[in-house]
Design a protein around this ligand. Structure first.
Ligand code: GDP
Length: 433
């Protein structure tokens, strides 16, 4: 979902505002400057639009007790955001720190909404009007404590956020979790679907009054209902002359975009092809959870098995983090292994590592394996945050550019330490001179 960052000086009431917006009790923290919190983002919804709120309050002091400049922290959040709510204290007006934040915001060219918080009475409106001078457009007077004024700013912010987030489009949420069953023609997608659905297949989404096929099916697996997306395409293909690979890939991308997790079906009866690899890469690049399923296992003999494992090492070495199940759509063998693999991948995909834990982990590996010295300099990692999940994204705050090799090392250790099997993870850097 699109990301809305809430930024501002300590004690202007960011947390109270976030609580107002998310209406969740668990998000509440007293508004004490410098309080370190673990969670930095929350799921929110306004007028039917789902979005993620990044609250920078938790970064006012990081796990090592380092106070960062407000503008630096805000910049980190703004870079990750689709729209920004900038909160100032309406009873105080704009301070020099606020003006530094405004200068940073100008460079970023993201939609910004200025909130004057703590405006509890008409008399305070004079101060609010003075905020036009910041050049950020109309100030929205809000009392986060009383819950007044938040609706107007949310209307505007939601309007400004793009429907689709950067990576492979909007990740759907709500209802049964969504699965895209993907793979090149003839790997057995249609057969697999029949085996999984059995006679209980429930077709959803028939479009009323049209001749368009129903697109998704609900299927029970492992005690949970799953929504298999774009199954009409899978079932129909049998009766069609095979389309070009381009359209097959287009359909695959569409299914992946609609889903939270992709099951990439491979088949033992042919070597891993370029198309197999591209399909898997599509799921990874779109930031979806991933399960690999090797179909037609009933056809496997010892010799093929030997070559198959070598192929997997050679061609799928970059996705060793994805769980793999060996199945047979023909006999139904191991079909019960699919649901646990889906659940595990999705749980990891949704997981957030608390900032404290993350920085404790970093402290340890950096102490044991410092970055190599380059040209007399040694870049240091100051701290890290995980601004979002689905899939997990990490940001490292550093004093210089980290080698690609070192970044991969950190990424690998993150995976191992916090078990991110089944999900792509992203690690980016913010360099501070
Ligand atoms: P799709 O194009 O990916 O939907 O593949 P289909 O489900 O149409 O299957 C392609 C062919 O593989 C058909 O002839 C199936 O009967 C066969 N097939 C599918 N799954 C299995 C399996 O587990 N074992 C064997 N032996 N054949 C299978």
């Amino acid at each position: 979902p699109p990301v809305l960052a809430i930024i501002g000086r300590p004690n202007v009431g960011k947390s109270t505002l976030v609580n107002r917006i998310t209406r969740s009790r668990e998000a509440v923290v007293e508004d004490v400057p410098g309080v370190t919190r673990d969670r930095v983002s929350y799921d929110a919804e306004w007028n039917g639009t789902d979005f993620t709120i990044v609250d920078t309050g938790g970064w006012e002091k990081d796990a090592r007790g380092i106070h960062r400049r407000v503008a630096d922290q805000a910049e980190l959040a703004v870079d990750e955001a689709d729209a920004v709510v900038f909160v100032v204290d309406g009873t105080v007006g704009a301070t020099a720190v606020d003006e530094a934040v405004v200068r940073m915001l100008r460079r970023k060219k993201k939609p910004v909404f200025l909130v004057a918080n703590k405006v509890d009475s008409e008399a305070q409106m004079i101060e609010v009007h003075a905020l036009w001078n910041l050049g950020l457009g109309r100030p929205y007077p809000v009392s986060a404590v009383h819950g007044t004024g938040t609706g107007d700013v949310l209307d505007a912010a939601v309007e400004a956020m793009p429907e689709t987030a950067q990576h492979g489009g909007l990740v759907p949420s709500g209802g049964p979790r969504r699965v895209a069953l993907v793979g090149r023609p003839n790997v057995g997608k249609s057969s697999m679907l029949n085996k999984l659905a059995g006679s209980d297949r429930v077709v959803v989404d028939p479009v009323a009054g049209t001749t368009i096929d129903p697109v998704d099916e609900h299927i029970e697996l492992g005690g949970e209902t799953w929504r298999f997306v774009d199954t009409a395409g899978i079932r129909r293909r049998q009766h069609m002359a095979s389309g070009s690979e381009y359209y097959a890939m287009l359909r695959t991308q569409r299914a992946v975009d609609k889903a939270e997790v992709a099951v990439a079906l491979l088949s033992v009866d042919e070597p891993i092809s370029e198309q197999d690899v591209r399909i898997i890469q599509m799921a990874v690049d779109s930031g979806r959870a991933l399960v690999l399923a090797y179909n037609k296992w009933d056809l496997l003999d010892d010799e093929r098995r030997y070559y198959l494992e070598r192929e997997v090492k050679r061609d799928l070495g970059h996705v060793t983090w994805a769980p793999r199940v060996n199945v047979s759509a023909r006999t139904g063998w191991h079909k019960d292994k699919l649901a646990p693999a889906l659940k595990r991948s999705l749980d990891n995909w949704e997981r957030r590592v608390p900032t404290g834990k993350l920085n404790a982990f970093l402290g340890e590996i950096v102490a044991a394996h410092p970055h190599p010295v380059r040209g007399g300099k040694q870049p240091r990692i100051l701290f890290a945050t995980q601004p979002s999940s689905r899939p997990p994204k990490f940001v490292l705050f550093t004093t210089g550019f980290l080698d690609a090799g070192y970044r991969r090392f950190i990424q690998r250790r993150l995976r191992e330490t916090f078990d991110f099997s089944g999900t792509p993870i992203e690690v980016s850097m913010r360099v501070r001179e």
